[in-house]
Ligand binder design. Structure first.
Ligand code: SAH
Length: 401
């Protein structure tokens, strides 16, 4: 008999509306033997079955829904169907690259599972007890359905701790990958280190915005803050920027960036890489009266949770205000937040306040910004209307008018 959980009366609303998370505070009682990552039947207060979920005894998210169909079993065939559907979506929508997010957790009906493709290599993160429980099955299906050469695990994200899972990395299938996987995206070559790179090695989510930078960079002097391995910088060089100054506090990431510049045959004299603190650099450049025609601000997650939001807003405001003051007339700015705890409305408000503050520091003349576009992640990071948490990357393209 499968173990069961029963939801508190009146607290089943969000689950009934297809939100996949069941918080500990909404569970009234448990029945049967519930184990870490095992499947439980989910019932409402009236003992009507809602569906099936993966149990996470240590997490505040006590269970994550696999299915809302009480008739559907969670087994090998279930994962085969889900993975096939996820791959089908990418085949349909993602072009001009072999760096693709194949599975994006909840948004693909597979909570806690991330799978990124870098050419013939897949890199996986099993971030929930449920995904971890089904690891062997998932790996076998991925190998069979994708025909990949290797599958490597990078389950070293901090969220695993909240699930009571240890950090885990290593080869799961095929041959050991090396630390330089060559991928192509919109006619640019990138080197991805799946063993040590951030996340699974590369910020796949910024693909569409990198292309936008490529299209907007001609004859522009560009500043790329928090550049990591220089995805936006290379895009700007490809697009014909006159000069690209890139800043990051990771020397290792900058070494990869330089290597990639050479690899693509870009004019290295137009690329300047600064291993510095972005906050300090912005301040100093402002004092030095540096001006740019295109500025990219893609900082790390300043608000890892709602508790950090206040401090994060101040940090976003500071860097945006300073960057705005260094933008030439008709200059463009792409500004981002990848903090899941910050929604688009809060982000926009923060940026709008930054622009007001920037204007009040101006010595003279008009100082206004036009919002040209709202920015988000690519279609391989699907967004579900019932799961707004998946929409973590938000940005704005601004023009100084
Ligand atoms: N824009 C990048 C991803 C940025 S991730 C891309 O598209 O690939 C955030 C980056 O900020 C990381 O590379 C990290 O090393 C860097 N970083 C974090 N804090 C920093 C700081 N105070 N100053 C400079 N860089 C910082």
């Amino acid at each position: 008999m499968q173990a069961s959980i029963f939801l508190e009366s009146g607290k089943e609303h969000s689950v009934l509306h297809q939100h996949p998370w069941i918080f500990a505070s909404t569970v009234a009682r448990y029945e049967g033997k519930v184990g870490i990552g095992t499947t439980v039947s989910v019932f409402n207060d009236a003992k009507k079955m809602i569906g099936r979920a993966a149990y996470s005894p240590q997490s505040q998210i006590r269970a994550r829904m696999w299915t809302w169909d009480p008739e559907e079993s969670i087994d090998h065939a279930f994962f085969k169907r889900k993975i096939a559907a996820a791959l089908e979506h990418r085949k349909k929508w993602i072009k001009n690259t072999n760096a693709i997010r194949l599975i994006f957790g909840e948004a693909d009906g597979l909570p806690g599972l991330i799978v990124d493709q870098y050419d013939k290599l897949l890199v996986c993160q099993f971030l929930s007890a449920g995904a971890d429980h089904w690891k062997d099955v998932i790996v076998a299906i991925l190998a069979q359905q994708t025909g990949c050469e290797s599958i490597y695990e990078r389950s070293d994200a901090a969220v695993r701790q909240r699930e009571g899972l240890e950090s885990q990395t290593g080869l799961l299938y095929g041959v050991q990958p090396n630390t330089e996987i060559l991928v192509q995206e919109n006619a640019i070559s990138y080197l991805v280190d799946p063993l040590h790179g951030h996340k699974t090695g590369f910020y796949i989510d910024q693909r569409d915005n990198r292309l936008l930078v490529q299209e907007l960079s001609k004859h522009r002097r560009v500043l790329n803050m928090f550049c990591y391995t220089g995805g936006f910088s290379l895009s700007a060089l490809k697009g014909g920027a006159t000069e690209v100054i890139s800043v990051d506090s990771s020397g290792d990431a900058l070494e990869v960036a330089k290597k990639q510049t050479k690899l693509n045959g870009f004019d290295e004299s137009r690329a300047i890489w600064l291993d510095e603190d972005a906050f300090e650099t912005l301040k100093n450049m402002r004092i030095g009266e540096e001006f740019f025609d295109l500025i990219i601000l893609d900082p790390p997650k300043f608000a890892p949770s709602a508790a950090h939001l206040g401090k994060a807003i101040r940090a976003y405001k500071e860097i945006n205000r300073t960057a705005m003051q260094m933008l030439n007339k008709s200059g463009l700015m792409l500004t981002f937040s990848c903090s899941g705890a910050m929604d688009m409305e809060t982000f926009e408000k923060t940026i709008f306040t930054a622009s007001k503050e920037a204007a009040s520091h101006q010595k003279s003349g008009e100082f206004k910004f036009r919002v040209l576009k709202r920015l988000t992640s690519g279609l391989d990071h699907p967004k579900l209307t019932c799961f707004p948490e998946g929409d973590y990357l938000k940005g704005l393209l601004l023009e100084r008018i």
